[in-house]
Design a protein. Structure first.
Ligand SMILES: Cc1cc2nc3c(=O)[nH]c(=O)nc-3n(C[C@H](O)[C@H](O)[C@H](O)COP(=O)(O)OP(=O)(O)OC[C@H]3O[C@@H](n4cnc5c(N)ncnc54)[C@H](O)[C@@H]3O)c2cc1C
Length: 394
């Protein structure tokens, strides 16, 4: 039995065109990613050409304006892409590609100048330039307000000093969508920050360590440093002093990636476990014949369905440009935690083989762990929700 991501006949959000797109993305991933995953995991990097291959299939700018090389499609096409990427079983490459499409470029598309779109967005959509998002710092992860990297005005330029860490695509990014403090005055509050398009061939920019990780191995995660880096002031995105607000707004898209991936990975891994259980015998019968497991799977698939509904609701609001911080935060929280629960049970179901690296469930277990951490931790999601719901008001 083929386990589907969801039953397309029951979905109201996906049209026939979306489903045709799904089939073509699925075939593309099966051809261009699946056969190479072991190699990329071993090398702890995938080839740069993969960005170009994605671009040739028009997959790097699905929702972006045609003027910049995008397709101008609705957000549900991105949802399909994110869901299908799970089938590559290479969360590292998926994450790098999603940084390119859904994390580092949305703010450029939304508020960038034509020059910034020409220089950064267009080549990112074309797969010619690799993008990174530079927000986290050694002492400012969840607490973005503590960002220390600063950009000081000098005539028509900015002089940037500081460092960032945990930067996906960090070893080979051609540009960084960077958050920096542009106003040293503490009284400026959240208005002290700007987002800046930063070309990595700028003098004074260096890449530090490529960090060793427990999962998502095929992606590069690095420390980066800025020492008296001079860039034109016009590289500030949108309005100066609005960086913090732009970031919070565009975090919604990043967090939806986590919610959608969490549901899709849960569904996919449950399907893989069932395939295993139909072959594996213990005490004379297939594992799936034990009610303890069939009931566990029934329970988990009910939770996956709940997660999918919550996530699709958030996607629907996002697609219609309706304020959705509450729903997106809930989707990220629920689905990140759920995926960890599902993969833990799937690994258990594989017994000792689940613990062996030769079984993909072992890699998925390590990869999925990131979903409650990256792009805002579960605790931060709870903070946001409790504030919005008024639970933390005194
Ligand atoms: C593989 C990977 C890739 C990443 N890629 C990028 C990237 O491309 N660009 C980028 O900018 N960043 C990236 N990050 C960073 C990521 O966004 C941060 O790791 C995340 O936001 C958490 O920040 P932190 O690691 O500094 O943890 P901390 O903020 O130090 O948190 C430590 C713990 O304290 C908890 N905590 C923090 N605040 C509160 C609170 N108010 N109440 C209760 N608990 C709290 C957290 O939930 C966590 O459990 C990446 C991280 C990883 C692991």
């Amino acid at each position: 039995m083929e386990v589907v991501m969801s039953n397309p006949n029951k979905e109201t959000f996906f049209s026939e065109e979306h489903e045709m797109f799904r089939q073509s993305v699925r075939a593309f991933i099966a051809k261009e990613m699946v056969p190479y995953v072991e190699e990329w995991e071993e090398a702890e990097l995938f080839p740069r050409e993969l960005y170009k291959k994605f671009a040739e299939e028009d997959l790097l700018g699905l929702t972006y304006d045609e003027k910049w090389g995008g397709l101008g499609l609705d957000y549900w096409y991105s949802v399909v892409l994110i869901e299908e990427l799970v089938r590559s079983e290479c969360a590292g490459a998926n994450m790098s590609l999603m940084v390119q499409t859904d994390m580092a470029t949305p703010v450029i598309h939304a508020v960038g100048s034509d020059e910034q779109k020409e220089l950064f967005l267009k080549p990112a959509i074309a797969g010619d330039k690799i993008a990174a998002l530079g927000v986290s710092e050694p002492n400012a992860g969840s607490d973005v307000f503590s960002t220390r990297t600063n950009a000081v005005k000098d005539g028509d330029d900015l002089i940037i000093n500081g460092s960032k860490t945990f930067i996906t695509n960090g070893t080979r990014a051609d540009f960084i969508t960077l958050l920096a403090r542009t106003n040293p005055d503490d009284k400026a509050g959240h208005g002290a920050f700007s987002m800046i398009t930063f070309p990595t061939d700028t003098k004074g920019y260096t890449v530090g360590r490529k960090l060793k990780k427990m999962g998502n191995l095929a992606s590069d995660t690095a420390e980066i440093f800025f020492e008296d880096c001079r860039v034109p002031k016009r590289y500030i995105l949108g309005q100066e002093g609005m960086g913090f607000y732009y970031l919070m707004q565009h975090f919604q898209r990043e967090r939806l990636v986590a919610g959608i991936s969490g549901v899709a990975a849960s569904q996919y891994q449950l399907g893989q476990a069932l395939k295993y259980g139909r072959e594996r015998k213990a005490f004379g019968k297939n594992l799936t014949r034990y009610q303890v497991w069939s009931h566990k799977f029934a329970e988990l698939s009910t939770e996956i369905e709940a997660g999918r509904r919550l996530t699709y609701h958030a996607c629907d609001l996002f697609n219609r440009d309706i304020e959705c911080v509450r729903e997106v935060s809930m989707a990220k929280l629920f689905c990140g935690e759920l995926a960890n629960k599902v993969i833990d049970r799937c690994l258990q179901f594989h017994g000792g083989w689940g613990y062996m690296n030769e079984y993909p469930v072992s890699r998925a277990f390590r990869d999925i762990r990131l979903l409650t951490i990256g792009g805002g931790t579960s605790e931060v999601m709870k903070e946001i929700i409790s504030k919005l719901e008024g639970y933390s008001a005194s």
